[in-house]
Ligand binder design. Structure first.
Ligand code: ADP
Ligand code: ZN
Length: 725
């Protein structure tokens, strides 16, 4: 039986192999045993009942709460050549009758239906006359009052189920809490059932938490390198949603708002436009997301703190269902935390206790200096064992710029101690920097021994340090007055018994994709973007004609593989991810024509599946040549600085010499070492073009001294590497 399942996977769906647990679940179900399936969003739940449905003789009923999703699923299955129908109020009378007839004649493999429809006498009569092999309950958490989305109609499913005593039952959900799980199993009276619980780690999501300093700019920086990508930006309030929407619209982004204050018609229109790639970005409150099955959402931004880990996880889970690398950026600020605290304090008793616990769990995640997957997975009862996931800000940071900040921390702490723990960060900073502010002089704080001992840091850096110390629980903030108080661990730092390591600037790290090391596949990194865009355009045209979402025809992953392997025959096209028999027949020619035409024009051959590693060149004897070659072979600037025991400017100097001797340098590798956003980089490039790249002072002044020399030096090299010195 399982061999047949494998065949369906290959031929119908065009996938090579099963994802974790899929094979076990399918084989369990094919053996007539009930299954409870718990898998994160994007884990691949659908196939677990779709493949059995294709293989079973009788009908598979799929209960699903959202009418909009049903149509989407049926559209997709139809494209795969699977006979699936839907019965609900959204379809025309004619289609309804046609679907009923199909079911009667035993021609439908699957029926998608809402729970309340199942209770209707005419449907019950219809189904009493056909053979039902499998009873599937999607979004099964709706059955439990403990879930986040309880639906009373779901309760009656236990009753309906008795109509089909011989059908095997599968219940599926992405909700992980044990209580909900137990509820599902009990209420549905699942026989000899087994639970299949997949890992909740979504490896393809890059988790990034940065301090919120200037959110609109931070978001613009982020979006700048992600043109034409689909994404969702969550805001706390309707007002914030509308404001950010306008900001982005004014910057020329293709964006719409979504919140409960809009009419139902507007919301539906915007949501559809998003699903169909007519617009790129949705700025939304938490109201947005249920019923979004779009596989190619490339990023989710939280402009404000989410309510708790559970909803955060659900929201970021909407990114990257297709398994491609996707970004999750959260802008974190102390005042957001205060806001949530304020709401919590309005509550009472048990409710308050639970809310507090939720906040603490969330803060553990936001403030951790370890891999973010550790607290996240631990919330879902999993232990995360890797030491470096390579896909979160902390793991990237750990590998390079941790600094020893013990001495400045001691200065900061002793200044707090000398002013009796009565002030906030900005006043302490003023004292350390020797400011003549009125508040400093009035309190005679210019007479303190710590006055003026901290001029090596800018005010901004001190404020970053103060945030870091709060995060590390060396300091805590008085919730009422905002004054900084030294904790026990802070005392140890003062005494020199504990050290402080960290990274000061967290507003920027890896905001633009360029700085983030990618663990994505070779295909993702190296597909031909021009061909990809051509294929996307054709897909969009076809989708419009057929009135379906573009991904229903082929997901991005498929187009990416086409633009990487350049298949030139129907046979090799059939080997591409997501190209099953039915789709190959229906669309193969259309896509193949474009690929062959493009390859002909650009003289590109079909790519053999393996790429030979570049043979390494011989080593050189000169230091700058050696460094230049190592750099071009892929070593990072930081790596080289460490290896040669010198500072970054020295490495840059060597590389400059190497360039000036007429060699090439790979420009993207230079940019990797810069923390600047792509937007600023482009501004600097423009300025260098204008005033020339040779001398830095004119550039520095042209940019109103906003970009420090250390960055300009790096960008000078970048400019020269790109444009030839
Ligand atoms: P879920 O319902 O758990 O959120 P889906 O069933 O929608 O997830 O699957 C997510 C995506 O992964 C879909 O685009 C689906 O086509 C794809 N997928 C599922 N199983 C596989 C597999 N074995 N190989 C490749 N892609 C798969
Ligand atoms: Zn990590």
């Amino acid at each position: 039986m399982i061999q047949q399942a494998q065949k369906v996977l290959n031929n119908t769906f065009g996938f090579n192999e099963f994802r974790p647990l899929q094979e076990e679940i399918i084989s369990h179900v094919l053996n007539g045993k009930d299954a409870l399936v718990i898998m994160p969003t994007g884990g691949g739940k659908s196939i677990c009942y779709q493949i059995p449905a294709i293989l079973f003789d009788g009908l598979t009923i799929v209960v699903s709460p959202l009418i909009s999703l049903m149509k989407d699923q049926v559209d997709q299955l139809t494209q795969y050549g699977v006979s699936a129908v839907v019965l609900n109020s959204s379809i025309s009378d004619d289609l309804y009758r046609l679907n009923v007839a199909k079911i009667r004649r035993g021609e439908a493999d699957m029926l998608y239906i809402a729970p309340e429809s199942l209770m209707m006498p005419n449907i019950r009569n219809l189904l009493a006359d056909v053979k039902v092999s499998c009873f599937t309950i999607d979004e099964a958490h709706c059955i439990s009052e403990w879930g986040h989305d309880f639906r009373p109609e779901y309760r009656q499913l236990a009753e309906v189920r008795k109509d089909f005593p011989d059908a095997v039952c599968i219940a599926l959900t992405a909700t992980a809490t044990p209580r909900v799980r137990e509820d599902i199993r009990q209420i549905l009276e699942m026989r000899q059932s087994e639970s299949f619980i997949a890992s909740f780690d979504r490896e393809n999501l890059f988790l990034n938490v940065v301090d919120k300093s200037n959110p609109v700019d931070q978001i613009l920086d982020f979006l700048y390198t992600r043109k034409k990508q689909s994404g969702i930006i969550y805001c706390f309030s309707r007002r914030q949603t509308d404001e950010l929407y306008l900001d982005l619209k004014n910057e020329g982004y293709s964006v719409r708002p979504y919140h409960a204050g809009l009419s139902e018609h507007q919301r539906e229109t915007y949501q559809n436009a998003f699903i169909r790639d007519d617009i790129d970005i949705i700025v939304a409150t938490v109201a947005f997301g249920m019923g979004i099955d779009k596989p190619d959402v490339r990023f989710v931004i939280h402009h404000d703190m989410p309510q708790n880990i559970e909803s955060y996880y659900q929201q970021i889970g909407r990114a990257g269902r297709d398994g491609l690398r996707s970004d999750c950026l959260l802008l974190y600020s102390y005042s957001d935390k205060q806001k949530i605290n304020y709401f919590i304090n309005q509550k009472e008793g048990e409710e308050k206790r639970v809310a507090k616990k939720h906040l603490d769990d969330l803060l553990d995640y936001l403030q951790t200096e370890q891999c973010r997957r550790i607290p996240l997975m631990s919330y879902f009862g999993e232990t995360y064992n890797e030491s470096d996931c390579g896909m979160c800000d902390n793991c990237l940071r750990m590998s390079d710029d941790m600094e020893d900040l013990t001495v400045p921390a001691q200065k900061f702490l002793s200044c707090i101690a000398r002013t009796n723990e009565m002030y906030g960060a900005s006043h302490i900073t003023n004292i350390l920097r020797g400011s003549k502010a009125k508040k400093v002089l009035e309190n005679n704080h210019h007479e303190l021994s710590t006055y003026g001992i901290g001029k090596e840091f800018s005010a901004d850096q001190w404020s970053q340090l103060s945030r870091l110390l709060v995060r590390k629980k060396v300091l805590r903030k008085d919730p009422k007055y905002g004054s900084l108080i030294i904790t026990e661990s802070g005392q140890l730092v003062l005494k020199g018994e504990e050290r402080v390591n960290g990274v000061l600037d967290r507003t920027q790290t890896a905001i633009d994709g360029s700085a983030a090391s990618r663990t994505s596949s070779e295909v993702e990194n190296r597909y031909d973007e021009n061909l990809f865009e051509l294929l996307r355009a054709v897909r969009k045209e076809m989708a419009e004609e057929m009135d379906v979402a573009p991904y229903v025809i082929f997901p991005d992953t498929t187009l990416m593989e086409m633009s990487f392997y350049f298949p030139q025959s129907m046979e090799s096209l059939g080997g591409v991810y997501g190209v099953g028999d039915a789709k190959l027949k229906k669309y193969g020619k259309n896509f193949l024509n474009i690929i062959t035409e493009y390859c002909g024009k650009n003289d590109i051959d079909e790519r053999a599946r393996e790429i030979k590693k570049k043979a390494r060149k011989k080593k050189s004897s000169n230091k700058h040549e050696q460094i230049g070659e190592d750099f071009n072979d892929g070593k990072s600037l930081n790596h080289l600085a460490e290896e040669h025991g010198v500072k970054m400017p020295t490495i840059l100097k060597h590389l400059k010499t190497y360039l000036e001797e007429g060699n090439d340098l790979r420009p993207e590798g230079i940019l990797e070492a810069s923390e600047l956003s792509q937007r600023i980089v482009d501004e600097v490039m423009k300025s260098m073009k204008k005033v020339g790249p040779e001398l830095l002072k004119p550039v520095y002044e042209d940019l109103d001294k906003t970009v420090p020399y250390s960055d300009l030096r790096l960008l000078q090299l970048y400019y020269m590497a790109k444009n030839g010195s």
